[in-house]
Ligand binder design. Structure first.
Ligand SMILES: [Fe+2]
Length: 247
């Protein structure tokens, strides 16, 4: 699978793109087995419905979820980010599950990385979120990610105007969905088959959706930085497409 020019345009305009058919059947089975291992280590409470996350970290040497990233996501991410920058390996994964039956529609979007801040007061920004879908998201409310298309650009305009440090100010937001007061437009659900990979721009408004389907939703997320992102994050926030290939 490859990222086409059309997909790059979709990503730049909408702030996200779903790449279908990335994983082989064998890779799908591997991903599901890796999720099962993490859930065994950190299981949800008995009877729990709704979201349940596990956050495996990679600092302590080799990790099968990092190997899985390198095999499935890294080649695609390299086609989305400007080649002269390249993409760093992630430091951690998020095993995201949504256990049915959980009726939920998010009322507002959020941005990641501002609930807690770094020691110097800066947010935990990154370039792009990659989600490896291990369950079908073909109908509505099957644990689909909800997104607000185009908000990555309007958020960028907001930060160009107010300064990138306005992002850290969202830390004071107590609504549970930190996001600036910009024009949001309509929220939509993202769709695709198991084995797809979703890329979402860091600034894109998004939130977790309900799951009233029969099956547990399973996604492995990786938060990716273009190489050097940490040194130029303020510039990137005000120019959101600057780390990504144009065509
Ligand atoms: Fe998020």
């Amino acid at each position: 699978m490859t990222i086409t020019a059309t997909m790059r345009t979709t990503f730049r305009e909408q702030g996200f793109v779903v790449v279908p058919g990335v994983l082989t059947e064998e890779q799908l089975a591997t991903g599901r087995a890796l999720v099962a291992v993490e859930l065994e280590k950190s299981p949800p409470e008995p009877g729990h419905v709704g979201f349940h996350f596990v956050w495996p970290r990679f600092e302590d040497g080799p990790h099968p979820l990092l190997d899985f990233y390198r095999e499935t996501v890294a080649p695609l991410a390299a086609e989305l980010v400007r080649p002269e920058l390249g993409v760093d390996d992630p430091d951690f994964a998020q095993v995201a599950t949504t256990i049915p039956s959980w009726s939920h529609r998010p009322g507002a979007p959020h941005v990641d990385g501002v609930a807690s801040l770094q020691e110097d007061g800066s947010p935990y920004t990154f370039s792009v979120l990659a989600g490896v879908w291990l369950s079908d998201q073909l109908g509505e409310y099957q644990g689909n990610l909800h997104v607000w298309p185009g908000t990555h650009l309007r958020f960028g305009e907001y930060l160009a105007e107010h300064g990138a440090d306005a992002l850290a100010e969202l830390n004071k937001d107590t609504t549970g969905a930190p996001y600036p007061k910009i024009e949001l437009g309509e929220q939509i659900q993202t769709f695709g088959t198991a084995g797809s990979v979703l890329f979402a721009h860091y600034l894109l408004g998004h939130n977790i959706g309900g799951n009233t389907g029969p099956d547990r939703r399973e996604t492995i997320y990786y938060r990716l930085q273009a190489h050097g992102h940490g040194d130029r994050w303020r510039d990137v926030m005000a120019d959101p497409l600057s780390e990504f290939r144009a065509g």
